[in-house]
Design a protein around this ligand. Structure first.
Ligand code: BGP
Length: 494
């Protein structure tokens, strides 16, 4: 039977750019996600910009690499899914009431940086933006739901990119620190749980979403990482100074990798590939650059110019807890023939022949979830939170006995197995896990593809990929199931 600690934080997770909508209301500026077009399972997302000759361009979002004179923005004739999101901006009361009905103890959301500082560079914050989050937090607290706030979730202001290349430039650190100062003081007593950067390690897949850096240059990516580490350390210090109750975590997108075979070359390659993820949490949780990374930089001719003062800041600004998203595992191989025929678990490696996959090719592995908890716990000995987990499916809203219903058994099956795995990690292995917020607890726009119809939610949102629909909310079967799970503190998973 599954068992969880008494005050385990059950909840759900979202991000501003994927569900708020209201993209240009009440003084909001334009963020990195606002200039990303809608894609699909078969069509990639693009990012739009203009060059100094007046030409408008749309280039692939993953691996974006543009000319120096590019100025990012939104242009006529392109479809940008963040602009509508699921309209949480206007419907937050209705949505929070539904989260409360499920019994949420916490709700993960992000602050859209550009609501507070529209270009990232203003001296004074936008009061209307601050008021919106006051209203959201008050509404959550009314139901005893603790906000878990991601400060930066793919929402770097394009103002910063257009000015100096966003996180590739050290000036962004001060802009971020100003944001954190404002948030810490304004929401003191309302927010206690914070995450600095969402999936900071996705910088290694490209700089756009994670950092507003439109370049693949490894030197620039390394500098963006360093600037985010320093900004994260500053954020930890600011949040602790303003309120000693604040708990601040790092967040990585965690796809644990298995060696494709037990051949030592595969095992070595796998260790190296896993380090690509760990590097980020190593710095944020341990407070220094790991030796394997410094050597890699040295061999690649990358110089991050780390000063003694910066090293000291990293040491002083380590996080209180470690959080991660967990959707799947994947495998790595050193064998060129295997790699050539890999098929691939999407962009994440070589298919594991022992696992089934979602319609988007993400391989389902609850055992990997238990191991992910253990790997993180062993490595850092800090409390953990799984702040994203779930499976995207093509749910259908159907009419039964005059009612609209959605039988999303695949969500229930996936979540049940993963909750059991977390329970095993806690009770059999001794991991300290504080909470669990499954991703997209209400259907929202996919980050990877920009679609609506890759649905994770307990709540169906009637918006379709072509922008049609009323945006009405309907409870899926998983809504009632998760309510029961929370009410029994994880014991009743049937
Ligand atoms: C993570 C992001 C989320 C979220 C999730 C699911 O990488 O932190 O923002 O979207 O993945 O991915 P997708 O939306 O592509 O299905």
């Amino acid at each position: 039977m599954a068992k969880f600690p008494k005050d385990f934080l059950w909840g759900g997770a979202t991000a501003a750019n994927q569900f708020e909508g209201g993209w240009n209301e009440n003084g909001k500026g334009v963020s990195a996600s606002d200039v990303a077009t809608r894609g699909s399972r078969t069509k990639p997302r693009y990012v739009t910009y203009q060059t100094s000759d007046g030409e408008i361009h749309a280039d692939l979002m993953f691996g974006l690499d543009v000319p120096e004179d590019a100025k990012f923005g939104c242009f006529e004739g392109y479809d940008y899914p963040s602009h509508q999101g699921i309209d949480f901006y206007h419907r937050y009361k209705e949505d929070i009431a539904l989260f409360a009905e499920m019994g949420f103890k916490t709700f993960r959301m992000s602050i859209n940086w550009t609501r507070i500082f529209p270009t990232g560079m203003e001296e004074e914050p936008n009061e209307k933006g601050l008021e919106f989050y006051d209203d959201v937090f008050d509404e959550l607290l009314k139901y005893d739901i603790k906000p878990l706030v991601t400060i930066s979730h793919y929402e770097t202001p394009v103002g910063l990119t257009n000015a100096w290349g966003a996180w590739a430039d050290a000036r962004t650190i001060d802009c971020f620190a100003r944001l954190v100062n404002v948030l810490a003081n304004r929401y003191k007593g309302k927010v206690e749980y914070w995450l600095t950067f969402n999936e900071i390690n996705c910088l290694s897949f490209g700089g756009w979403l994670a950092a507003g850096v439109p370049s693949k240059d490894p030197q620039k990516i390394a500098m963006a990482g360093k600037h985010q580490f320093l900004a994260s350390a500053k954020a930890v210090k600011i949040l602790h100074e303003v309120d000693a109750n604040n708990k601040v975590g790092c967040m990585i997108g965690y796809t644990p990798l298995y060696p494709h075979t037990c051949h030592p070359d595969d095992v070595l390659k796998n260790w190296q590939a896993n380090n690509k993820n760990y590097f980020y949490s190593d710095v944020q949780a341990r407070g220094y650059y790991p030796s394997y990374k410094l050597k890699e930089y040295e061999q690649a001719g990358i110089d991050i110019h780390l000063t003694e003062e910066e090293k000291q800041l990293l040491k002083e600004g380590t996080v209180d807890f470690v959080s991660f998203s967990y959707y799947m595992t994947s495998t790595t191989s050193a064998d060129p023939e295997v790699l050539a025929n890999a098929g691939g678990n999407m962009m994440f490696g070589v298919n594991n022949p022992h696992l089934k996959a979602s319609d988007w090719g993400w391989q389902i592995d609850p055992v990997g979830c238990r191991m992910a908890c253990n790997f993180m716990w062993e490595r850092y000995q800090k409390p953990l939170m799984i702040v994203e987990n779930g499976i995207g499916t093509q749910d259908q809203l159907i009419e039964e006995n005059g009612q609209k219903v959605c039988h999303d058994q695949a969500h229930i099956d996936y979540l049940r197995q993963h909750i059991q795995a977390m329970s095993d990690a806690i009770n059999i292995d001794g991991v300290e896990l504080w909470g669990y917020t499954p991703w997209g607890c209400i259907d929202l726009v996919s980050a990877g593809t920009g679609e609506m119809h890759k649905r994770y939610g307990f709540i169906y949102v009637d918006f379709q990929d072509d922008g049609s629909g009323e945006g009405n909310r309907y409870k899926k079967d998983s809504f009632y199931w998760y309510k029961k799970v929370i009410a029994s503190n994880g014991e009743d998973l049937d």
